[in-house]
Design a protein around this ligand. Structure first.
Ligand code: DGJ
Length: 731
């Protein structure tokens, strides 16, 4: 009798407490994440998957899982703390102001609001019962695009500073059978090479410690796929990046039950942060898209999100250009440049871009060893200054743009001589150079003023200057700031303060010059993140412009970035035909880095026609939906397609990617995608080289149904290595 009585009490109690449990849904059209408080007020992730039709059944979800206590942690904690009984990888680790190393966060409240940029922002407040310490979790969900940006805000009201040792942006939790992670990286001119691997027990970490140019070796872009390898048209994938322009760290931890804990944020490496009472520490956002239909849908959604809500002027226009970097390197003068203006005009591009080497007098910038930091026109090369070049270009009927690298300095420069305290360096140790240069200390407001001043002067003195290429070649060695030392701020703040300083500068630039297009470049593709894309219109993926390498590299970038931001230049990096080079570059924002007046007659005729063609279809490539049709990693060729919103126009790019005699590129037709099955279309080959005939019958009418189920064989062969097809609706 007594036993039954006891049992009744326990059941009653749990029923009462259970009724108080709070369920917080984070939902988009295609995905639902459910967070739920436990009986003791901890917040856990109990579901991540396809939406449930009945909200009334949310409460039943958690009852089916035994995920919680395994004696060392709650694996599915929504924001895992350190210092109590959790022993798995924490999302946050602190030293309280009294030296205590424990933190325990419990749910306090949550709210949701609709934002002006069409998202639902859910805010969850967590607090420690023992210490005045608060964490807010933010989930910004763009319903239609299935994109979520997640970050945290940390603050406290203790008497003295609290040390933040780790402060992740997210702590996601996924259940599934097996998970595959695709990560990307390599080195200069080999950026964005993919590696797909099965996650096994333990932690797989990916990180960067380079400070600036942070993505040189490891890209922050990732694809996590559930229950098998990532596939283009089926399966669950989470695909995204941390929107942060410096050191990042991802930990993918497979727990003992085979589930994945994904902790992402600023890299805690050398970055303990002294948080003052009342100060707010905001972590960067992890931007990710979820699809249960594979990477194709995920990328298209991420692209739309990027164009609509993140990239500066994401739905606007871009300028095609001729860049002089590989045409002249540092060896130019006014005559050489004005001759290139004529080339730009002849090719039919919009703008001439003057690259590195135009500045510095005491230590002229005639190579990469001197002059960086001295942003005055070099009088010998450019006696009439930048204004003259802008005027001459305008007379030629083209726009003019310019290269800068304002965050950096050569030790051989007046800037270094006058402001050594502005340079990141260990005062007592030998300097170590990356490309003969050092990084300026952007944590210092005076340096921020200087960097802003470089841009301000150029654009104010030359209001017709139409484009900027903003380079950033060096990593941070010997991380030490004279400014932080002077201010009594710990040196461990340097990476974070540098990055915030950069964002401050960009804010000021955009406040004063909201429109001028700026390319993000970092010694190739060392930068490329969705925080800087708030200020930049495009980016330079790599100095490697070998078109065959670019087929693979641009394929990989295309998972994360829309074509409108991906700058692709035709250069002399390879012996492949000019047609192949131009066709590959036409898949992004087209540019040239060649001496056009040295092209053969046919090459020049071809290039001019191809630029005209590009102008006719660029709208589809920049603003349309992208479909990756044939994967060069699995086939001997690549096929990618862009379709406009009305499904009335498309462009299909096909490139041979295996140049062996035994390649099998033209065996089967390529099935198109994204068209309207009920519409009728014609197919026309573009960019046909002079003297060649296209095999395509441009008069033949196909149904969208046929094109998507049977397809068209682009007849990619060793003699026809790239084929561009235009698809047009016929009424
Ligand atoms: C590195 C960039 O990636 C190149 O395109 C070029 O601008 C050089 N820097 C100039 O120094």
């Amino acid at each position: 009798m007594r036993r039954i009585y006891l049992l009744t009490i326990v059941l009653l109690l749990s029923a009462v407490v259970y009724a108080q449990e709070t369920i917080i849904p984070i939902s988009t059209n295609n995905n639902l994440m459910l967070l739920q408080t436990s009986r003791d007020g901890r917040l856990n992730t109990v579901y991540f998957g396809e939406p449930l039709v009945n909200e009334s059944e949310y409460a039943a979800v958690a009852r089916g899982y035994n995920l919680s206590d395994n004696n060392s942690a709650i694996n599915n904690a929504t924001y895992t703390t350190a210092g109590t009984w959790n022993l798995v990888e924490p999302a946050i680790e602190v030293i309280q102001s009294d030296g205590n190393t424990s933190l325990e966060l419990k749910y306090v409240s949550h709210s949701a609001e609709t934002t002006s940029d069409n998202a639902v922002l859910t805010t969850i407040v967590l607090e420690d019962a023992q210490y005045e310490f608060q964490v807010k979790l933010f989930y910004k969900a763009w319903t239609n695009e299935n994109v979520i940006e997640q970050w945290t805000e940390i603050k406290h009201n203790q008497k003295d500073a609290v040390t933040l040792k780790k402060f992740a942006s997210t702590n996601l939790f996924f259940t599934g059978n097996e998970f595959y992670l695709t990560s990307f990286g390599n080195e200069w001119a080999k950026e964005m090479q993919r590696n797909e691997e099965k996650l096994t027990r333990g932690i797989k970490s990916i990180d960067s410690k380079l400070g600036t140019r942070a993505h040189l070796l490891q890209s922050p872009n990732f694809i996590l796929s559930f229950d098998g390898k990532a596939a283009e048209n089926n399966g669950t994938v989470v695909l995204g990046q941390l929107a942060w322009s410096s050191n990042f760290r991802y930990d993918f931890e497979v727990d003992p039950q085979g589930n994945v804990r994904f902790i992402a944020g600023i890299n805690p490496f050398a970055s303990e942060y002294e948080l003052q009472p009342g100060e707010l520490f905001k972590t960067p956002g992890l931007v990710y898209v979820v699809s249960h239909k594979g990477t194709g849908e995920a990328s298209r959604n991420l692209h739309s999100w990027a164009r609509d809500y993140r990239v500066l002027d994401g739905n606007g226009e871009r300028l095609t250009l001729l860049n002089n970097w590989e045409a002249t390197y540092f060896d130019f003068d006014e005559d050489k440049l004005t001759a290139l203006f004529k080339d730009a005009k002849e090719l039919g591009v919009d703008l001439f871009l003057l690259d590195d080497g135009w500045f510095a007098n005491k230590y002229p910038r005639n190579g990469d060893t001197a002059g960086l930091g001295d942003w005055q026109e070099n009088k010998k090369k450019l006696p009439h200054g930048i204004g003259y070049l802008v005027e001459e270009a305008t007379k030629e009927g083209i726009k003019f743009g310019i290269w800068i690298e304002p965050e950096m300095v050569n030790p051989k420069s007046e800037l270094y001589e006058n402001h050594i305290d502005w340079v990141i360096r260990q005062p007592e140790r030998p300097e170590k150079y990356f490309r003969n240069q050092l990084v300026l200390d952007l944590s210092n407001p005076e340096v921020q003023d200087f960097v802003f001043g470089v841009v301000d002067k150029l654009l104010s003195e030359n209001p017709d200057l139409a484009f900027i290429k903003w380079d950033c070649n060096s990593v941070i060695y010997n991380a030490h700031s004279a400014y932080l030392e002077k201010e009594g701020i710990p040196q461990t703040h340097i990476y974070i303060e540098y990055t915030k300083g950069l964002y401050n500068v960009m804010e000021r630039v955009r406040e004063k010059f909201p429109k001028v297009p700026i390319m993000m470049c970092s010694g190739g593709g060392g930068r490329g993140d969705y925080e800087l894309f708030k200020y930049f219109t495009e980016f330079w993926p790599s100095d490697d412009t070998d078109p065959l390498e670019r087929v693979f590299m641009q394929w990989n970038y295309s998972y994360f970035f829309p074509s409108i931001v991906t700058d692709c230049h035709v250069t002399d990096w390879s012996d492949l035909s000019l047609k192949y080079r131009v066709d590959v570059s036409s898949m992004g924002k087209l540019g040239f880095d060649i001496v056009a007046h040295e092209l053969s007659e046919n090459d020049l005729i071809f290039a001019k026609q191809a630029v005209q063609n590009y102008h006719s279809f660029k709208d589809v490539v920049w603003h349309g939906d992208q479909y990756r049709l044939v994967n060069p990693y699995e086939n001997d060729f690549a096929s990618l397609m862009y379709v406009n919103e009305e499904k009335s126009r498309a462009v299909v790019f096909n490139y041979l990617s295996n140049f062996r005699y035994m390649q099998t590129a033209s065996v089967l037709p390529v099935k198109f995608a994204g068209l309207d099955p009920t519409k009728k279309y014609t197919i026309k080959e573009l960019n046909v080289y002079p003297g060649r005939r296209s095999w395509i019958d441009a008069e033949k009418v196909y149904s969208g149904d046929f094109l998507m189920k049977v397809g068209i064989n682009p007849h990619i062969t060793l003699r026809s290595t790239s084929v561009v097809l235009e698809v047009n609706e016929v009424e």
